[in-house]
Design a protein around this ligand. Structure first.
Ligand SMILES: *Cc1c(COP(=O)(O)O)cnc(C)c1O
Length: 498
């Protein structure tokens, strides 16, 4: 069942479960399913399903070498009782806006939807492929990913997870989320350095042959929880179908109507999943790609030139502060008509020249399917206040970028297609920025700390604080280690006891 191939070489193929286990293809390409559009999803059937049933069905189609009973168990472990609603990804209405809330998981960010599922898929894959190695997940995080990965892998048999974060480079809440992490296989370490130092340190460990061999002798092997893994991408396809079903249930559309989706975009994984859903038969109109000041994708979708040679701006939507959107490579593959050689050339241009230009026929396809816009921090803050004042809805900073872009898109195009805005984080994850957007910088500065801001945001808006964030302040700190950036390998070895 070698139905997955490298975006860069069609002769490098693998099975779905091995693609999950390996993450990246050996030539540096990403694994894609060549015949994705031949998957038939029965929309009539799907709109009668619960989220859990839908996840089993859609994931079974995307990863067909997992037997049905195995997939069923994976989905159950990932989602049942882990999210604060059985709907997993509920829809909220704010005035005329339709908002798909992806942040109801254990860490209050959309990454939970994928990172609750990935560990299940990894361990099931090891059983299917008779791989008895312990999997050691190693991750550097600037905030959201590390915590979501820790929660996903905690106490998952046959795995250990080690997370490094810049000790002074994450918010109070983000730091507390990680240092209070429970689980008998979780290891967390602050680094005296910035995120780049931390990420570089992890890359050095990954490429250190001595460390790798030492681990192999002890029956362990490294892996990453990177967002290019098909085991992270596939679970994200599900909620596009779920949103469609909910709009039918709520009488907003009838079966067959097209729906637009607007997505606050960083690494291009979330929005790409919408492209996948469309290829699998979901009636999708435009996919609206929303960026912050780091608007590489906006430029690309408008001009066909991808140029990463620019400074990275620090914004109030940090999870979108990205210059190289890795998952875009998968769109290039499909938009080029599955031309692996062309994709390889473009990626080589990006590596050697810092930019690439797609041929006109590809740009036409991309423009046909995608719209793009961007909003800077000031605009996003205005939007947060506008939505709260008009509707009482409190949007997080990333979601606000998409809301801004959609309002602009509707005004300039006159497109009246129902548009679902994907909301990627709870406002309480970025309560500092959200609070000051609504009540002013001075009001925020007058409060003692982020916890006080959360409490006052709750008092003034009536929006409940997610319990996992409300409890943080009183949780014991379990991970206290802070290391210099050149001592990261020591932490790995100490943690693994080798
Ligand atoms: C990761 C993240 C994004 C970006 O998603 P991509 O799949 O990388 O495009 C947006 N918002 C939040 C809150 C995130 O954590």
């Amino acid at each position: 069942m070698n139905i997955y191939e490298s975006t860069r070489n069609k002769n490098i193929t693998t099975t779905p479960s091995k693609a999950v286990l390996n993450g990246l293809a050996p030539d540096g390409g990403l694994f894609v399913m060549r015949d994705l559009e031949n998957i038939s999803i029965d929309i009539n059937k799907i709109i009668t399903m619960s989220y859990i049933e839908m996840a089993e069905y859609v994931l079974g189609k995307l990863l067909p070498d997992y037997p049905a009973d195995v997939m069923k168990q994976c989905v159950k472990n990932a989602y049942v009782g882990k999210f604060d609603t059985d709907e997993v990804t509920p829809i909220a209405y704010a005035g005329d806006s339709i908002i798909l809330e992806l942040f109801h998981g254990p860490t209050c960010a959309f990454k939970d939807v994928a990172l609750q599922m990935l560990p299940q898929l990894v361990t099931a894959s090891k059983r299917l492929n008779n791989d008895s190695q312990q999997t050691v997940i190693l991750t550097a995080t600037s905030g959201d990913t590390g915590k979501a990965a820790l929660e996903g892998f905690r106490d998952v048999e046959g795995t250990k997870i080690i997370v490094f974060f810049p000790n002074d480079g994450v918010s109070t809440v983000q730091k507390a989320q990680m240092t209070t992490q429970e689980g008998n296989n979780t290891y967390v370490c602050g680094i005296n350095g910035n995120f780049d130092d931390t990420q570089t340190g992890v890359k050095i460990i990954f490429s250190d042959v001595n460390i790798k061999n030492t681990l192999l002798e002890k029956g362990m092997d490294f892996s990453s929880a990177n967002s290019i893994n098909v085991g992270r991408l596939a679970p994200q396809v599900v909620y596009y179908f779920y949103a469609y079903k909910k709009l039918i249930d709520d009488g907003r559309i009838t079966l067959g109507d097209k729906v637009n989706f607007a997505v606050p975009t960083g690494n291009f994984g979330d929005i790409l999943a919408g492209r996948y859903a469309k290829m699998m038969g979901l009636p999708v109109g435009k996919l609206i790609c929303a960026s912050n000041e780091n608007n590489v994708l906006y430029d690309f979708i408008n001009t066909g030139v991808y140029n990463k040679k620019r400074d990275l701006a620090k914004t109030i939507s940090p999870s979108m502060d990205i210059l190289v959107s890795s998952n875009l490579e998968r769109l290039l593959y499909y938009a080029s008509g599955k031309d692996n050689a062309l994709v390889a050339q473009l990626m080589s241009d990006l590596a050697t020249k810092g930019e690439y230009t797609v041929p006109d026929f590809m740009l036409d396809t991309i423009k046909d399917e995608f719209a793009a816009g961007y909003a800077d921090s000031a605009a996003a803050k205005k939007t947060i206040k506008k939505y709260f004042d008009r509707t009482g809805y409190v949007a997080d900073t990333h979601t606000a970028v998409a809301l801004t872009v959609v309002d602009e898109y509707k005004a300039t195009t006159g497109d009246t297609t129902p548009t679902v805005v994907l909301s990627t984080a709870s406002p309480y994850k970025f309560s500092n920025s959200v609070y000051s957007a609504i009540f002013g910088d001075d009001a925020a500065a007058a409060l003692a700390d982020e916890y006080a801001i959360m409490e006052d945001l709750n008092a003034k808006t009536g929006v409940a604080i997610p319990s996992s964030l409300a409890n943080l302040k009183s949780k014991p700190i379990l991970h206290k280690t802070v290391k210099e950036k050149d001592k990261m390998a020591d932490f790995v070895m100490e943690s693994l006891g080798v």
